[in-house]
Design a protein around this ligand. Structure first.
Ligand code: SAM
Ligand code: SF4
Length: 376
């Protein structure tokens, strides 16, 4: 089972960001949130404390903007309530401007063994234009600092930012990849309601078009491969053995518990007669006060008010297995897609033994393929 913990605080909101994160929260709000989170951890452990936890991921928001003692006590609470002795990967997200040597040492001391830094770009004009609080020099400096405390360092980059070009993407990969075990390379999504979307709609910002972004992504994939980081999922690249176990858990539909505002869980429950009779997915409310109030007014994990609760049908499960599995280079068991792939789409797939996966070209047009093959 995987554990995800959400810390939804940021210093400032980036122009493109639609994640559940809040800027400008005061200490009292952070304190109240962490108290509710501790309560949710305790409730979850009463129900799932015996489960074998494989990975833990502290994400955000910006976990690194909190004092290190907050992270240390969060890790202590997790250790007190769950058996983390079998945890293979314990990650935390950090932003370059707020991560420090003191925090890195505290994370390592607390049992965290992997850090993911939000670099986004190595062009200062890009960083400034989307409201990032660091510059490229700080990004490199903090990656190197993180490397002194963690063997497993990852960085996130976004492709499709205003000043992006193939040359820039190649330079980013050549500077970042040698210092990393893992990279996530996302194509920019222009999310509804974000300041960036508004500025683009008003013609105040010009972004690369989808063909240019696709060419930049191809250049990134090739440059990463040259430096030993293979694509193992649409947006994720790793040296062998450093694929994110936590994220692989999502794509292979392991059970996970998400704790904190807006976090999702997938739990497989038994009705006693058949094993794994039911799979349920649910989420916590995104709003901080709704989450805090919800956790504080109940006495058990099951009683916490949830949103988006659904019991998955067999068809839902099959759709998810295919949709998520085809994101990865391992693909899915070919039996799952038997009879679903029309002849004209076969060229986008590759088969190896009993597995079927998308080719690089197939990944580029993945959404179109899924619409055609899934039994929706
Ligand atoms: C949970 S977010 C935040 C992590 C961290 N707070 C940061 O900003 O570096 C994880 C990653 O999602 C990516 N991301 C966020 N919004 C995006 C968007 N609109 N389009 C593409 N990637 C995005 C960024 O690369 C970011 O590092
Ligand atoms: S720091 Fe990360 S989570 Fe916070 S607003 Fe920026 S992209 Fe979103």
């Amino acid at each position: 089972m995987e554990l995800y913990i959400h810390l939804p605080f940021c210093k400032a909101k980036c122009q493109y960001c639609d994640f559940n994160s809040y800027a400008g929260c005061d200490d009292a709000t952070v304190f109240t949130y962490l108290a509710a989170l501790n309560r949710e951890i305790a409730f979850a452990s009463k129900q799932y404390g015996e489960a074998r936890i494989d990975t833990v991921y502290i994400g955000g928001g910006t976990p690194s903007m909190l004092d290190s003692k907050r992270i240390t006590s969060l890790c202590r609470a997790l250790n007190e309530h769950f058996d983390l002795s079998g945890v293979k990967e314990f990650s935390i997200e950090a932003n370059p401007e707020s991560i420090t040597e003191e925090k890195l040492a505290a994370y390592s001391e607390a049992g965290i063994n992997r850090i993911s830094l939000g670099v986004q770009s190595l062009d200062d004009r890009n960083l400034k234009s989307v409201g990032r609080l660091h510059d490229s020099e700080t990004a490199i400096e903090k990656i190197e600092l993180a490397g002194r405390y963690f063997d497993n360092v990852s960085a996130d980059v976004i492709i499709g930012l205003p000043y992006d070009s193939i040359e820039l993407v190649k330079r980013e990969i050549s500077e970042l990849a040698p210092r990393l075990k893992h990279m996530s390379v996302y194509q920019l999504t222009l999310e509804e309601g974000t300041p960036l979307k508004k500025r683009v709609d008003e013609g105040r910002v010009l972004l690369p078009d989808s063909d240019e972004t696709a060419d930049m992504t191809d250049a990134a994939v090739a440059a990463l491969r040259e430096r030993g980081l293979e694509r193992y999922e649409v947006s994720n690249f790793a040296r062998r053995g450093f694929e994110s176990k936590h994220n692989m858990g999502y794509w292979t539909r392991e059970e996970y518990i998400g704790l904190g505002a807006g976090s999702h869980s997938l739990l497989k429950t038994s009705d006693g007669s058949k094993p794994l009779a039911k799979e349920i997915r649910f989420a916590n409310p995104k709003d901080l006060n709704a989450y805090i109030g919800g956790v504080n007014c109940v006495d058990s994990f099951d009683a916490i008010p949830r949103v988006e609760m659904s019991v998955l049908s067999e068809k839902d499960i099959l759709n998810e297995q295919i949709m998520l599995g085809l994101r990865t280079s391992r693909g899915v068991d070919a039996k799952l897609t038997q009879g679903m792939i029309p002849k004209e789409l076969e060229r986008f797939f590759k088969r190896e033994g009993d597995r079927i996966a998308l080719t690089d070209r197939g990944i580029e047009v993945m959404n179109g393929i899924l619409v055609r093959i899934l039994p929706l």
